[in-house]
Design a protein around this ligand. Sequence first.
Ligand SMILES: [Zn+2]
Length: 229
Amino acid sequence: MRLTLALLAFATAVDAQGRHPTIVIDPGHPSEVSSGAAVHNGTSEVHVAWQVGQRLATLLRAQGYAVVMTKSAERTNVSNVDRARIGNRTQAALVVRLHCDDSADSGYAIYHPDRQGTSHGRTGPNEAVMRASAAAAESLHVSMSKLLAGKLKDGGVRGDSKTAIGEQQGALTGSIYSEVPVVLVEMVTLSNPRDAAFIKAPRGQSLMAQAIAEGIGRYAPASNSPRVR
Ligand SMILES: [Zn+2]
């Protein structure tokens, strides 16, 4: 009963200043690393990330966030450095990077910078960004594990250093250049047919966007964010 009431109650002014936090949504690819256009089980990473990104933007705007996308169309090429610079320039409360994995495993995982890395002569991010990014990743995980239970395998929260690029550089390029909190969500493992079927369906995309939006609300609530627990 209490939970139902809590979910129905909407905060009117969670932020004392009445501000509208800026969330940067970064639908992955194309970038200098990959086009993301390889077809897996009838869809592609660049397409899925763009579609979920659009749904997420709509949800967040309705909750009172200022939303900035890192690209204007699905196939717009933006380097990972430039993606990070958009977050910095807008002083985003959080940059959420949307990707899909390609492996023998399945399910989702949430990544954050867990140590400094170096790319193109730059070393970063700083300690405060790493701490905040880890907290944001934990918040996203609480909501995703709740809303996606039984639908996708929970790969948990992981450090950038566990990724192939992070292993080489220390962190992902988008994290190294970030001066604001940043997380990367591998929403599904697109090479897995069950995961691909989930995220191709409008219901799956909608649920993914809801789960991520709720997680953002836990970390950086906006004026209209549903109260969650
Ligand atoms: Zn990707």
